[in-house]
Ligand binder design. Sequence first.
Ligand code: ADP
Length: 434
Amino acid sequence: MTANAQSKRLLILASKLGYQTRSFAEAARKLGVEVLFGTDRCNQLEDPWADGALALHFEHPERAAKKIVPHASSKPVSGVLALGDRPTLTAAYAARALGLPYNSPESVAACRSKLRQRTTLRAAGLPVPEFFSFALSEPLDVVLPRVKFPCVIKPLSLAASQGVIRANDAGEFIGAVTRVRALLESPEIRVTREPALDRLLVERYIPGTEVAVEALLQRGRLRVLAIFDKPDPLEGPFFEETIYVTPSRLPAEVQSSIAGCAEHTVRALRLTEGPLHAEFRVNENGPWVIEVSARPIGGLCSRALRFGPDKIFLEELLVRHAVGLEGSDLPRESCAAGVMMIPVPQSGILERVEGTEEAAATPGVEEAHITARLHDFIAAWPEGSSYLGFIFARGATPGEVEATLRESHKKLRFVLGPRLPVEHPAGRHLSAGG
Ligand code: ADP
């Protein structure tokens, strides 16, 4: 346990309860930091460690923040962390009310809506694709003349590439809009009550190499923790992630232009404090901002990054920063590291996973975790947003790490079966009678 840690208390806000949240809570526990936990999925608590969580509605962030404040009176909260995009605005209002260092609600709101983010960044002169948004109620023959191909369409407030589709011509555009409309009208998405589920953003497709930047803002200063290359081509029509490897193999001057672009982007958005995850594409015109989120990298991916002599994971670094403990400035280890977000080959019920032990035993692999639950329905992209699991590797070079991840993944086999139609009692009655 770290000196002073015992008096610290961290507010963790998260929509999804599961492995990512547990990973952060465990990092806090390891430091002796008490966790106050807030979620909007209290009816789905599946882990005993989350008992006592505050039940919040992240779609009403100011109200949710007000509900948090009295819980900080008996014992003060020293810091806040939002996991995933959805709770970031609640975190910002709560931090403002509790006097904690965090991004302002205004800056987080500008990130949360992909349309507002584009508008803010374009006004600040940042390199963003041409874009416009339209209401799903508008007839497509009115929308189509405005579209320049190839384009990418996306919902305004979803994440993890869910509902993001490339279209190269009018026919593909109509097909893509129909598909995303059905996704946005599905009960799973409607229940989130995310704003603007009735609109889509249309952007010019930006060709080029994509990287992810993981960074930490400290009193307005941006520290790039890692630039991850994404060695698999992300050319669409869907944009499921796979391999992330750091350090980047891009030339040093390209990496510094990405870091410079990230710096301008956070300044334009007025973000000042806490974790940041961003995607950029780089081509002959330099870096382009694809998206910036005021939160850490998703899933278990934080484990790809270790810092300092004790090789603490990113989760611990971020907990230390949030509650003001020493150590958030530790340097990343010098070896190459990577993670594979295990893609979903097709939608279906996960019946069986084979080869996990062999995949984990691949030399260079540190861990291989299957996070999808057996017998659950797993949706492939673009309707899906959860990976089957994560493979972590470390090695001397990024090339070696990439090869290790591919080798390990080849040993895994996922058996996905069709979703059985749910028989409605009324239907059974009718067919029995007819
Ligand atoms: P999300 O927040 O759902 O991840 P993004 O806007 O980050 O949505 O898009 C997801 C992925 O789709 C990006 O990482 C990128 O690979 C691809 N993408 C999104 N917009 C564009 C674009 N304008 N040009 C090229 N690729 C894009």
